[in-house]
Design a protein around this ligand. Structure first.
Ligand code: G3P
Length: 226
């Protein structure tokens, strides 16, 4: 499963990139609004931080197909070939996704709340479909189950789109979908940090340091091996 950061704060992105094996960054208009400032400058700074090889997801803002196409072409021109344009999975979006596929522009059908939205986006030619796990939970449905159903639909219909599950609120949701074999997940920094946030882990590491101090007298292996 590929793992993306669902955030646009540069400090958080740089911190996570330094320690975790991260495949890229996903953004949307609301995420960019949370950072403030000029969204183009923010996105250029993110591209510089993640390098040209990692994926950057940027959403088209208009809700009509022509406007989505204009945004998509401009986004890829500005942020490079490893940029995926997020297109809302609405009728105009399916139209735009089809046209962009023909132009060789990579897309992600986003704002996915239902399996049939994902089916249509994938069939239109989206490279990714992005169901919103926690938002589906908040509507009274089972977000993780919906994502599993979408994965099954893609597999059983030989649709090539990859699931990019989004809107996670806890690491258990990510774990369940990782075990199920979805292609990608994107999560906020706090959720990614929670993958390894466990008092038992911290205690085990502290025990090793304390135990070795008895024989190493506070020195590391490198210190002792000089
Ligand atoms: O891009 C979709 C994702 O960011 C939505 O997450 O936390 O706003 O539900 P959230």
């Amino acid at each position: 499963m590929k793992l993306f950061i669902d955030d646009a704060h540069l400090d958080a992105i740089k911190r996570l990139l330094a320690v975790y094996p991260i495949d890229g960054v996903t953004t949307n208009p609301s995420i960019l609004a949370k950072v403030g400032g000029n969204p183009v400058e923010v996105l250029h700074a993110i591209r510089a931080a993640i390098g040209n090889d990692r994926l950057l997801f940027v959403q088209a803002v208009p809700t009509d197909a022509e406007g989505m196409l204009r945004d998509a072409r401009a986004i890829v021109r500005a942020f490079g070939k490893n940029t995926v344009v997020k297109i809302p999975s609405i009728p105009a979006g399916f139209q735009a996704i089809r046209a962009l596929r023909d132009e060789g522009i990579h897309t992600c059908g986003t704002v996915v709340y239902t399996p049939l939205q994902a089916y249509l986006a994938a069939k239109a030619g989206a490279d990714y479909v992005a169901p919103y796990v926690n938002r589906i939970d908040n509507m009274g449905y089972d977000g993780v189950a919906v994502v599993k159903e979408i994965q099954d639909i893609l597999t059983k219909n030989d649709l090539l789109a990859e699931v990019l599950a989004a809107s996670f609120k806890n690491s258990q949701q990510v774990l369940t979908l990782c075990a199920y074999g979805i292609g990608s997940a994107t999560a906020a920094p706090a959720v990614i940090d929670a993958f390894v946030k466990n008092p038992a882990i911290d205690a085990a590491v502290a025990d090793f340091v304390r135990d070795f101090a008895q024989v190493g007298h506070g020195k590391s292996m490198a210190d002792l091996l000089v």
